[in-house]
Design a protein around this ligand. Sequence first.
Ligand SMILES: Nc1ncnc2c1ncn2[C@@H]1O[C@H](COP(=O)(O)OP(=O)(O)OP(=O)(O)O)[C@@H](O)[C@H]1O
Length: 333
Amino acid sequence: MSIVVRGVNRWFGTFPALTDIDLDVPAGGLTALLGPSGGGKSTLLRIIAGLDHPDTGTIEIAGRDATALPPQRRSVGFVFQHYAAFKHLSTRRNVAFGLEIRRRPKDEVRKRVDELLELVHLEQLADRLPSELSGGQRQRMALARALAVQPEVLLLDEPFGALDAQVRKELRDWLRRLHDEVHVTTLFVTHDQEEALEVADTIVVINQGRIEQVGSPAELYDRPANEFVMQFLGPTTRLGGRLVRPHDIEIVEDDRPGALPVTVTRLLRVGYEVRAETRAEDGSTPWVQLTRGQADGLGLTEGQRVWLRPHASAAAVPVSSPALVPSSASGPA
Ligand SMILES: Nc1ncnc2c1ncn2[C@@H]1O[C@H](COP(=O)(O)OP(=O)(O)OP(=O)(O)O)[C@@H](O)[C@H]1O
């Protein structure tokens, strides 16, 4: 394990920002801390970085107890959303900064910075000032700067959060490829489930200061631990007493064991997909996501009576209380 968190609690006044956090971050992996705003992701990252301190508990980094160490002695590199570069220094000097203050020999600094600029594809822009770079290029510079001092652990707090969707997507692919090259243990914060599912080897879902589940993207998607995790990873709908994904529901035209009778109330075409909204006798309103081909094949019409059942392989979690799953939160947008 590269980062080991044990028994961490953090209160801000009487507000519990983190409660009983135990976490093992595997060495060499790309791990996402995923959760809604205010869940405690940044607080946990800052505690690991040494920028904040837990009220109880310990932090171990690369086999050493780091709980009492200042940030610069933890062997961590970090990058934040609004990265503060030195505005008057070139890209090259920004990347070199950490090595220069450690008084590394000039030749070594030049060689290492050349390697890093190549790694982040900024070798052509080495002499530009930060103000002459795009947002995505600046974030790549920030990553090169964090990697310069060869940290054991790289901590990224919403590193692409401030960028537009297209650049975010490019940087996300790039981070994955970069990580495949350098294999430094990386922990990054995101509230974007797609980003976590696409990029991470391991996802830690954190909500209201507690860890809800830890697993690979496939484990979380196929076996969500609870309603929260399932809802956070994508659209869900309530079918009988269970929460399922709308594309995991099968529509059948006659009564079969375990199928729920419903009436189709609305058919909505959205691009290549069709959303069938329905109403069951108990007043619940499950909706089903189909392809246009499937909907045409079934010849669905509004007002039609059909039966719904989850696919055999569908992920499902029991709904603990009706109040927890308001239909507005799980219905189509
Ligand atoms: N210095 C502070 N003083 C008081 N409360 C704080 C402080 N820092 C964070 N909090 C509170 O702790 C909770 C967790 O904050 P944190 O920044 O860790 O959440 P987050 O999951 O990173 O959210 P976001 O995605 O919005 O950044 C929030 O409710 C926040 O308001």
